[in-house]
Design a protein. Structure first.
Length: 375
C-alpha cells in the first residue's frame, strides 16, 4: 500500500507528478528541508517531468526508462556525512515522454537550459559536447538525465548525466576521452582503471565549490580485492576500507568469487585541469541484486552508516516517507549503496532510493538445496 498523494487527476487516480511530488515533500522533511523549500522542489520536479507529470499512474510508464527497474523516471538519494543532515537529491529523466531517444535528448537539453535561465548558471558546456552525446540518431539506454541536489533556499545544485555510448558502445571509450580533453582534462582518461564499459559521464553545472566531471566505469564480476584497487586518487582510501564496504554492501564473504548479477560501478571525479589524477572516487554497489528483500538491504546500509559514524535511523524514516510497505515485502527500494571519497573531505555514504511509482519487485525466493535420494 502507498500513501495517498494529493493532486490526483479528475478520476481520483494519482498522477506521476502528484505521487513523486508527495514522496519528495515527505522525504524532504526527513532530510531537514523547510516546507517552503520542499514545495518549491516538488514543483521543480513536476516542471522537469513536463506533460507526463499529469499522467495517471494507472497507465503504463511513459517510457521504458533505464533509470529504475519499474520504469519510474525519478529516483531519490540521501548522501550522509558525520554530524550533518543528509544531502537530498532527486534524479529525473526530463525527456521521458518523448517518442524517440533523439527527441528525449533534445527535451532533456531544453529542460536543463530552462533551469540555467531560472537559476542563472551557464549550460554552454553541453553545447560543446552535444555532438558527442546527443547525435542525430543516438544509441543506448539513455540520452540525458538531470540530478538536483535539494539545498536550503530553493536553489538546487544541478548535475547532468550523459551516455558515452550514444554513437555506439564500441566508441564509448573514445567519446569519454574526447569529452575529457574538451573539458581541459587532457590526460585524465589514462588514469582511469580498466573496466567493462563507461555507462555515464556526469557534469556539475552552476554553483558548486569545485565543479566536477565524473566518469563512471562498469566492473563485471567485481571482487572485494579488485574493488580495493580501483581508486586512482593520490590520497584516496586504502584498499581495506573499500573492501570492507564492498563486503558489507554486497553481503559477500571473503571467499566469494564476486558480483555475479548487476555489475559494480566506480566513479572518478576530476576537478583540477592541472593534475592528471582524479580528486574523487566512489564505489557503487547495486545492493538490490544481492539481497532477498529490502529488510536485508536496510540492515546492510545501517551497518555501513554506523561504521562511518552516521545516523542510521534517518534511513529508516526515509523509507517510511517513500512507501507504506514493509521492507521485507519487496526488493529494490534501496537500489544502490555508495561510498564516496573526495579530496580534503570526510567519506560520504549514499543510499539511492526507488520511487516504485509503478511496481514493487517481489522479494527473491531463497533456493533450498534438497538432499539427493540414494537409489
Amino acid at each position: 500500500m502507498r500513501a495517498a498523494p494529493t493532486g490526483a487527476d479528475p478520476r481520483g487516480t494519482p498522477t506521476l507528478g502528484s505521487f513523486t511530488g508527495g514522496q519528495l515533500r515527505r522525504l524532504g522533511a526527513v532530510a531537514g528541508l523547510s516546507r517552503t523549500d520542499a514545495e518549491t522542489y516538488a514543483q521543480v520536479l513536476a516542471d522537469a517531468l513536463g506533460p507526463v507529470a499529469e499522467r495517471p499512474l494507472d497507465l503504463a510508464p511513459p517510457t521504458r526508462t533505464f533509470l529504475s527497474d519499474d520504469h519510474t523516471p525519478v529516483e531519490f538519494s540521501l548522501s550522509f556525512r558525520p554530524d550533518a543532515a543528509p544531502a537530498m537529491r532527486v534524479l529525473v529523466e526530463p525527456g521521458c515522454g518523448a517518442d524517440s531517444l533523439a527527441h528525449n535528448g533534445r527535451a532533456g537539453l531544453e529542460s536543463v537550459r530552462t533551469m540555467a535561465r531560472r537559476w542563472h548558471f551557464s549550460a554552454d558546456v553541453l553545447d560543446e559536447l552535444q555532438d558527442l552525446f546527443l547525435p542525430p540518431a543516438p544509441q543506448g539506454p539513455l540520452a540525458l538525465w538531470c540530478a538536483l541536489e535539494l539545498r536550503p533556499g530553493g536553489v538546487p545544485g544541478v548535475k547532468v548525466y550523459l551516455n558515452p555510448a550514444a554513437s555506439g558502445e564500441e566508441r564509448s571509450a573514445a567519446t569519454v576521452r574526447e569529452a575529457l580533453h574538451r573539458l581541459g582534462h587532457h590526460q585524465a582518461f589514462d588514469s582511469l582503471p580498466p573496466g567493462g564499459g563507461y555507462p555515464f559521464l556526469a557534469l556539475d553545472l552552476g554553483d558548486w565549490a569545485e565543479p566536477r566531471a565524473k566518469v563512471y566505469v562498469r566492473h563485471d564480476h567485481l571482487t572485494a580485492g579488485q574493488a580495493g584497487r580501483l581508486s586512482r586518487m593520490d590520497a584516496g582510501p586504502g584498499p581495506a576500507a573499500v573492501e570492507g564496504f564492498f563486503r558489507t554492501a554486497a553481503g559477500l564473504g571473503p571467499d566469494a568469487r564476486g558480483l555475479g548479477g548487476r555489475p559494480g560501478l566506480s566513479c572518478h571525479s576530476f576537478t583540477d585541469t592541472g593534475t592528471v589524477r582524479p580528486s574523487g572516487f566512489t564505489l557503487h554497489i547495486p545492493v538490490r541484486d544481492y539481497v532477498r528483500h529490502d529488510g536485508e538491504a536496510l540492515a546492510r546500509a545501517s551497518r555501513v552508516l554506523r561504521h562511518h559514524g552516521m545516523d542510521a535511523s534517518v534511513l529508516d524514516r526515509a523509507l517510511a516517507a517513500l512507501t507504506e510497505r514493509r521492507p521485507e515485502d519487496g526488493v529494490g527500494l534501496i537500489a544502490y549503496l555508495a561510498l564516496a571519497h573526495q579530496r580534503d573531505q570526510p567519506p560520504r555514504v549514499t543510499a539511492y532510493l526507488s520511487s516504485e511509482a509503478y511496481a514493487v519487485r517481489p522479494p527473491a525466493v531463497e533456493t533450498v538445496r534438497r538432499p539427493v535420494p540414494v537409489a
